[in-house]
Design a protein. Structure first.
Length: 172
C-alpha cells in the first residue's frame, strides 16, 4: 500500500502549482489524495509548498578563461586534430598512388563523430570512425590534405592542411 501511496503523492506533486489537492480517508480506511473532492466523503484541502525550480547551467568548458575574456573564437571539440604519416620534406612514394594516412585526435573520437578527408579541398571517400584512412590511385604531383570531424553532415572541426608530393613510377 505504501507504494501506491508514493505513486499517488508523486503524481500529485507533478500537477501544476495552481491545482488544489484534497486529502481524505477511503472506504478501506486508507489516506488518499485527489485533485477533486470525493462525493459524500469529508475531505481537507492540502496546502502544498511552492515548487522548486532549478535554472539549467552550461557545463564548464576547458576554455572558460578565454570565454571569460570575451573571446569569440569557437570552442574546438578536440584539443589535437592532425594528420600523421605524411612526409612533408620529401616525396611520398606510392607507385600505384595508394597509401594510408593516420589521424591523431585528442581526446579520442567521440560518438557519433566521424573522420573525413579533404583532398585538394574536396571531400574524399566515405566518413569513418577509424583513425587510418586510405587514399587510392592518387595522381603524382603536389596535393593538399586535411581531415574533418563530422557529426552527420555538420562540420565539427577541421585540421590544418598539409601539402605533400606524390611520386609515382610507371613501369612499361
Amino acid at each position: 500500500m505504501g507504494r501506491v501511496y508514493s505513486i499517488i503523492l508523486l503524481s500529485l506533486l507533478a500537477l501544476p502549482a495552481t491545482a488544489q489537492i484534497y486529502k481524505y480517508t477511503d472506504a478501506d480506511g486508507n489516506t488518499a489524495y485527489s485533485n477533486q473532492p470525493p462525493d459524500g466523503v469529508p475531505a481537507q484541502a492540502v496546502e502544498l509548498p511552492p515548487l522548486n525550480s532549478v535554472e539549467s547551467q552550461t557545463p564548464a568548458s576547458r576554455e572558460a578563461p578565454a570565454a571569460a575574456q570575451g573571446s569569440d573564437a569557437p570552442r574546438n571539440a578536440y584539443d589535437i586534430l592532425e594528420l600523421t604519416d605524411i612526409p612533408t620534406e620529401e616525396a611520398l612514394r606510392a607507385n600505384n598512388g595508394t597509401f594510408t594516412v593516420g589521424v591523431r585526435a585528442q581526446p579520442r573520437l567521440q560518438s557519433p563523430h566521424l573522420f573525413r578527408l579533404l583532398l585538394d579541398g574536396q571531400p574524399y571517400g566515405q566518413p569513418s570512425n577509424v583513425p587510418r584512412l586510405q587514399l587510392v590511385n592518387i595522381d603524382r604531383g603536389e596535393h593538399s590534405l586535411a581531415v574533418q570531424v563530422l557529426n552527420g553532415e555538420r562540420l565539427v572541426q577541421q585540421s590544418e592542411t598539409v601539402t605533400f608530393t606524390v611520386q609515382r613510377i610507371h613501369l612499361p
